[in-house]
Design a protein around this ligand. Structure first.
Ligand code: COD
Length: 299
């Protein structure tokens, strides 16, 4: 089992090297992360984007592109996204990574019915964290893709997170369904969904995980807080997965952990025919590198 996020890199180095198509690679943070990932022999990049800009940035950071495959595209980032997706679809790459392209444009290319990477599953984003205030790594989902998931979508989001956890050795993860309170309030949809998801899991509809909630975040991550409020069970204070009620709550939690909470993160989109590295433009190259390693482990 991975105990801290730096282990992702060590573990990924021991696995077969993966080929990764990068959509709109003309981005300094992305190229720095790739430079490191190539040095660590985690991936072989296949760059798509504006060749002139990519080569200029690569030169400025001392990244030699000798032997690196590069598909030149000057028709904009959305087209680069479609070309990179096609490389994965055609089996020329095992992983897709977002470069200097908007999340919306990349996801639209991934979701394209004919040319994209859709499967029967819902696609969802899973972000892993290592926090100085928590005793193990954990993930939050979905902070970047599904805007306002309903009950069925949340069930699939949990299944994707469980699969991602398994990919890094967390078997039977403990899932906390996050809300603002610990009791079911019909006026708070997240609390109603929590009770329903718990019941679905009890009936064996989710599988391979323990689900509990509704939990406010303090209950999910802090045993003392849970004990103080009289909440027991295996999940309270020891969760592996936090299911966010919607993209707003999830995204704010994600950014707050990274920018105010001293956390380190790694993220991947699950449910497509290949893992998708979908880091935010403001994530630094270490975070991007960890996400590449995570995707390589899951792929
Ligand atoms: N999984 C599988 N299929 C999906 C999913 C999904 N998560 N989302 C949409 N689809 C399918 C639909 O069933 C439909 O067939 C087709 O895709 C189009 O659906 P729309 O019209 O809802 O999709 P779009 O193209 O308008 O939007 C899809 C996005 C993922 C782009 C949209 O949900 C979105 O903008 N999400 C937020 C992205 C974002 O801004 N993140 C910011 C944080 S970094």
């Amino acid at each position: 089992m991975i105990r801290d996020l730096t282990e992702l890199l060590r573990e990924a180095k021991n696995r077969p090297i993966r080929k990764m198509a990068v959509a709109a690679a003309e981005d300094e943070h992305v190229l720095k992360a790739l430079q490191e990932a190539v040095k660590e022999e985690i991936i072989i990049p296949l760059l798509v984007g504006d060749k002139e800009k990519i080569e200029r940035i690569a030169r400025s950071i001392g990244f030699s592109l000798d032997g690196v495959e590069l598909i030149d595209n000057r028709e904009g980032e959305a087209v680069s996204a479609r070309i990179a997706v096609a490389q994965v679809k055609n089996g020329k790459a095992d992983i897709l990574m977002k470069g200097f392209v908007s999340t919306g444009d990349l996801l639209k290319a991934v979701l394209d019915k004919e040319l994209g990477l859709r499967t029967a599953q819902l696609l969802s984003h899973v972000a892993f964290f290592e926090s100085p205030y928590y005793h193990k790594i954990f993930c939050v989902t979905d902070v970047a893709m599904n805007i306002a998931p309903g009950l069925d979508a949340k069930a699939q989001i949990i299944c994707n997170a469980v699969e991602a956890c398994r990919g890094i050795g967390i078997e039977n993860p403990k899932v906390a369904v996050a809300a603002a309170v610990e009791t079911v309030n019909p006026k708070m949809e997240a609390t109603v969904h929590a009770a329903q998801l718990k019941e679905m899991n009890r009936k064996g509809l989710l599988g391979g995980c323990i689900v509990d909630g509704p939990f406010a975040i303090d209950i999910a991550v802090n045993r003392e807080a849970a004990r103080h409020k009289g909440i027991g069970g295996e999940v309270a204070g020891d969760c592996d997965v936090i299911l966010a009620p919607d993209i707003e709550a999830g995204n704010m939690f994600y950014k707050a952990l990274n920018f105010l909470g001293g956390a380190a993160s790694a993220a991947v989109v699950m449910g497509a025919s290949a893992p998708v590295v979908l880091t935010s433009r403001s994530d630094d190259e270490r975070s991007k590198l960890r996400s590449i390693a995570l995707a390589a482990l899951i792929s």
